[in-house]
Design a protein around this ligand. Structure first.
Ligand SMILES: [Zn+2]
Length: 200
């Protein structure tokens, strides 16, 4: 279930999604705000019930808020391929590889899917049961895809990642920026794939 207190990113900040399970909260992306923790607390989220923060990639507008969460002993996970990117933004930090977060993700039926292209370690999170995709900066609700011209970006990887995602059944598409949609996610992904094939 998407918690009602997910945060829409403002300016150079990513969206932050909060999924609530019986056991606690899952946070996806950490925004560009250094004190994300205060936002979460003011939304009534008990920090002791946050099970982990799962990053879609290592860009500063998605990881800067991690500093406040790590300070509260909350575990965070990122694909190792984006570790140097993350460290170039917030310095060396105790962040685990996404493989260590898989048991936690499985508890709520989520899979981590490597989707390089925007960055080498870009990762999407997918629920087959709920047809929900947290897509980071790989694909957006308007049918566009993330930049591939930044360090570590790859046109061919982006096209392959979008092709892979387009084979999934997606209703809810929760991207790293802009609007999310609760219906028609697969349509947006197919459009992004054809846009990428045309533009890249
Ligand atoms: Zn990014």
């Amino acid at each position: 279930m998407i918690h009602e207190e997910s945060f829409e990113g403002i300016g150079l900040s990513s969206n932050v999604y909060v999924l609530k399970s019986l056991e606690g909260y899952y946070i996806f992306d950490a925004s560009g705000h250094p004190d994300l923790l205060s936002f979460l607390l003011s939304a009534g989220i008990d920090k002791d019930r946050i099970l982990g923060v799962f990053l879609t990639h290592g860009h500063y507008d998605h990881v800067t808020g991690l500093v406040s969460l790590l300070g509260a002993n909350i575990k965070a996970f990122i694909n190792q391929k984006d570790r140097s990117l993350l460290e170039s933004c917030i310095g060396p930090r105790e962040v685990s590889d996404i493989s260590e977060g898989i048991p936690l993700l499985e508890k709520i039926g989520l899979k981590a899917i490597p989707t390089p292209g925007h960055t080498p370690g870009s990762t999407c999170y997918y629920s087959e049961r709920e047809h929900l995709l947290i897509s980071g900066d790989t694909v957006f609700a308007d049918g566009y895809f993330g930049r591939t011209d930044l360090a570590g970006g790859s046109d061919s990887d982006m096209k392959a990642s979008l092709k892979y995602l387009s084979a999934l059944k997606v209703k809810s598409l929760l991207p790293g920026h802009g609007n999310y949609i609760l219906d028609g996610g697969s349509k947006a992904i197919s459009l992004a794939l054809s846009n990428a094939n045309y533009l890249l």
